[in-house]
Ligand binder design. Sequence first.
Ligand SMILES: Cc1cc2nc3c(=O)[nH]c(=O)nc-3n(C[C@H](O)[C@H](O)[C@H](O)COP(=O)(O)OP(=O)(O)OC[C@H]3O[C@@H](n4cnc5c(N)ncnc54)[C@H](O)[C@@H]3O)c2cc1C
Length: 295
Amino acid sequence: MIADVVIIGCGPAGLQAGIHSARKKADTVIIGKIGNSALHGAHIENYFGIGGMTDGSVLLKKGLEQALSFGCRHIDLDVIGAAEDGDGFRITVESGEDIVCRSVVIATGISRMKLGIPGEKEFLGKGVSYCAECDCNFYKGLRVAMIGNGSKAAVSAELMTKYASTVYWIDSGISADGSLVDRAREAGVKIIAGIPEKIIGGKNVETLLLSDGSAIEADGIFIELGGRSSSDLAMDLGVMPKADDSIKINNRCETSVERVFACGDVTGRPWQLAKAVGEGAVAGLNAADAAKGAP
Ligand SMILES: Cc1cc2nc3c(=O)[nH]c(=O)nc-3n(C[C@H](O)[C@H](O)[C@H](O)COP(=O)(O)OP(=O)(O)OC[C@H]3O[C@@H](n4cnc5c(N)ncnc54)[C@H](O)[C@@H]3O)c2cc1C
């Protein structure tokens, strides 16, 4: 597929970027799942023009409909790879399809989501990790459990089979594309149905307890929720994230790489809808202009 602008992320920042890009008549593709947006489970009462409590999922649904009505195309999948490609960029989604474009907008929200179970915080750095790509080498010949249902968990589980002796993937409702699940399984990942409840151990992680009472002996627990993290994707595109994983932008929402823009929670605090939408508009307009060679 070919497009002028690809927007990675289907939350309020990405959708607003799509609306403004499409209104500039740029051929625009938005990639991502609205159900994974931080706004999906939120109730909003501090956003301009909205009185009372508004359900975030309603805003997202309407925002997507609006973006489509202006001509955006939507791919309801996660992005698993991004690279510079000649004078543009090549974005790969979990089905394996590539989208080639002139401008990219990173609107992936906050990366490294937490699971929120007992032991997660206590064993961080002592067996609990949020990044298989960063920590895989520490688990050579050891047993690890992967937690997460999306493409990031699938790709990470497959990666860990090259290091760990045993890789369990806890299935609490896998949503990753079937081809990624097959690849993980073929690489030797053992998929176990269950809901993670508690991480226990001594000095380091020893066991993952599931809600049905079963226990999985593991030296490492990888928590990989959502899609490929914004910092991974940014680095693929040549943008170096800041120490806190956010992406530095200027007042045109430009990153350090030409025709790569960022907006929303991924650019840092405040993590608020109004900021996400405002930056989305700026990023969308400038990405469309940049794609079409406008000054
Ligand atoms: C419980 C809660 C309550 C909140 N209450 C308020 C409030 O009252 N007022 C307020 O202003 N703000 C509130 N917020 C914050 C607000 O929801 C966020 O600031 C806003 O959603 C940020 O928008 P975003 O588009 O930057 O990121 P998100 O909404 O998080 O969207 C990110 C998108 O990127 C996608 N994505 C990530 N990785 C990939 C990938 N690899 N490939 C493809 N897509 C990817 C995700 O699927 C998602 O669609 C609340 C947040 C929460 C969690």
